[in-house]
Design a protein. Structure first.
Length: 188
């Protein structure tokens, strides 16, 4: 399954090669720009339905996603599962729940995201759910590019693609990357 999904990323121009600075501050030669994949509504529905299928055995009441990249994923996963979808938004460097969205005590959520490297936005979203008395049943992402280095979130984690993409600290770049200007293609 991941081979045909990688082919979709390449066909839509959503798998980029170059020198990228990730939201985590790490540098990489590859970047998954899921927005370029998910702009195609039929592809978004199909890919997220695949993710929802992998999440179908986890009992949940709703889906939550971090803005901005996870919103389409969360909406489509929620649609496929027949559940409501809410999202956490960026504010003052973190994520907050706004717009009247509520999380009830004991309400079970699936966290949906596009790409995970270190899992910072996923962790912030988990914290929002748990601080309000909700339960995180599982996490579902399209691309796990952590190379096995993502944190233990304390709940099941599923992905459609697992890739071991090299990441580098800014002060420890390989020679070839120092010759390429770095770009930040992700959401701010």
């Amino acid at each position: 399954m991941s081979d045909d999904l990688l082919a979709l990323f390449r066909q839509t121009g959503a798998l980029l090669d170059g020198h990228f600075v990730l939201r985590s501050g790490l540098h990489s030669r590859q970047f998954f720009q899921c927005a370029l994949l998910l702009q195609h509504t039929r592809i978004a529905a199909d890919v997220c339905a695949r993710l929802a299928n992998k999440l179908a055995d986890f009992e949940c009441d709703a889906v939550i996603s971090p803005a901005l990249g996870g919103i389409i994923v969360g909406q489509e996963v929620g649609r496929a599962l027949g559940k409501r979808h809410i999202f956490a938004e960026k504010e003052a460097g973190g994520l907050v729940l706004r717009r009247g969205f509520e999380i009830g005590p004991g309400e079970r959520f699936i966290v949906a995201e596009d790409v995970v490297t270190r899992g910072g936005r996923v962790q912030q979203t988990l914290d929002i759910v748990r601080e309000r008395g909700g339960v995180v049943a599982a996490i579902g992402v399209i691309v796990d590019r952590s190379g096995g280095k993502r944190p233990d979130f304390g709940c099941p984690f599923v992905s459609l693609i697992e890739m071991n993409v090299e990441n580098f600290d800014a002060d420890n770049l390989p020679a070839d990357l120092t010759q390429i200007p770095a770009v930040k293609p992700g959401s701010k």
